[in-house]
Write a protein that binds this ligand. Structure first.
Ligand SMILES: Cc1cc2nc3c(=O)[nH]c(=O)nc-3n(C[C@H](O)[C@H](O)[C@H](O)COP(=O)(O)OP(=O)(O)OC[C@H]3O[C@@H](n4cnc5c(N)ncnc54)[C@H](O)[C@@H]3O)c2cc1C
Length: 327
């Protein structure tokens, strides 16, 4: 069957953005192969008819609502397997993230289905879906075509754009699930907010990104001062090296395992330009890099390169922008 099933994570009455991207992508691709996109949600009384049917605004025609613990992989695998057995979906599509990987892999094992992870593009070909994923440090594209009844597609985080449609409302169908004994062994002890969840780097026009060259967590103040001098829609971003070191929140990480951004200006301070970082910011309109090493790889894909010590350059830049703005 050409129908696509997606899983939609929710928390405190709001759907996860990555999941909404999966619904949008699933709907667009399902239409190309003559199918529909369905969504599965799992939770308690918070999953009202109104909330569930609102997924129609992203292209879902039907929403399967199951009662069960939200945020754990095994119960979702049970629920998705049941929906697929009942409805005969041809594809299951996930927005990525750790939970998406876990559910997708578990579902692949359960249904003996082919799975492709870190997918950045899905297209229709001869009435079937084809998944593309970058390989070999993103220098090549690997193409997956699926055999059998079910193909599983797990996106790279934020790879699928959220597209809302006017006036969509999905049918809500309650699903009775008999959970496997192992699925009820784990329970959610605490569900916390992502560190730095308030940092909106994806929507920013200007990003001041800091890397290990900042030397220590406290020096992120140099990047923050510059960002506030720019004002407006400006935010601070970071490399994985520094978020792993605990210098800045994970929510600000750019790159392969972080966020993909395309601001008007990306100012990289003390960032070497590793391929895993580059893939998350290379589409920026203008890239300005400050690095003390003239041979740093970041200069190979920067529009403007400044060779020097960021400790001297960032404060001067901040002052220059303040002067220019008269603030
Ligand atoms: C599977 C995998 C996934 C990964 N995913 C990501 C990801 O999503 N995002 C990501 O960013 N990385 C990711 N990485 C890590 C990546 O390979 C690099 O290690 C990381 O990007 C390096 O971060 P950095 O540029 O801050 O540090 P470094 O590579 O240590 O670079 C620091 C730079 O600062 C410069 N510098 C030092 N002092 C100064 C100074 N005073 N003034 C100016 N310049 C100075 C140095 O010359 C150097 O170029 C991943 C790695 C793997 C294996």
């Amino acid at each position: 069957m050409p129908d696509v099933l997606t899983y939609v994570l929710h928390f405190e009455g709001a759907f996860n953005k990555n999941s909404l991207g999966a619904v949008s992508e699933g709907a667009a691709r399902a239409e190309e192969i003559g199918g529909q996109c369905h969504a599965l949600v799992l939770g308690g009384d918070d999953l009202t008819d109104e909330l569930c049917s609102s997924l129609g605004a992203y292209g879902a025609t039907k929403v399967f609502r199951a009662r069960g613990p939200e945020g754990l992989a095994q119960p979702v695998i049970d629920a998705m397997a049941k929906a697929i057995d009942d409805q005969g979906h041809g594809y299951a599509l996930f927005g990525g993230g750790l939970l998406g990987f876990e559910i997708g892999a578990g579902l692949a094992a359960r249904k003996q289905a082919g799975v492709t992870m870190e997918v950045t593009s899905v297209r229709a070909e001869d009435g079937k879906l084809v998944a593309e994923r970058p390989i070999l440090q993103d220098s090549q594209i690997s193409v997956s075509r699926y055999r059998g009844d079910l193909g599983i597609i797990i996106g790279r985080i934020n790879a699928f754009e959220v597209v809302s449609r006017d006036g969509g409302s999905a049918e809500v169908v309650d699903l009775d699930i008999e959970y496997s004994s192992w699925s009820t062994q784990a329970s959610m002890v605490q569900r916390g907010e992502q560190r730095g969840a308030d940092v909106d780097i994806e929507g920013a026009d200007v990003l001041v990104a800091g890397g290990r060259g900042l030397g220590q967590a406290e020096n992120f103040k140099l990047a923050e001062d510059l960002a506030s001098a720019f004002g407006g829609n400006t935010a601070v971003a970071a490399t994985r090296a520094v978020v792993d070191a605990g210098w800045y929140p994970y929510a600000a990480q750019i790159g392969q395992t972080g966020k993909t951004v395309a601001p008007k200006l990306y100012l990289a301070a003390g960032i070497s330009g590793a391929i895993q970082h580059k893939v998350g910011m290379q589409s920026s309109e203008n890239i300005v890099a400050i690095n003390k090493d003239a041979n740093a790889p970041i200069f190979e894909f920067s529009d403007l390169g400044i060779v020097g010590d960021l400790n001297k350059i960032l404060p001067k830049l901040t002052e220059a922008i303040k002067d220019r703005k008269g603030s």
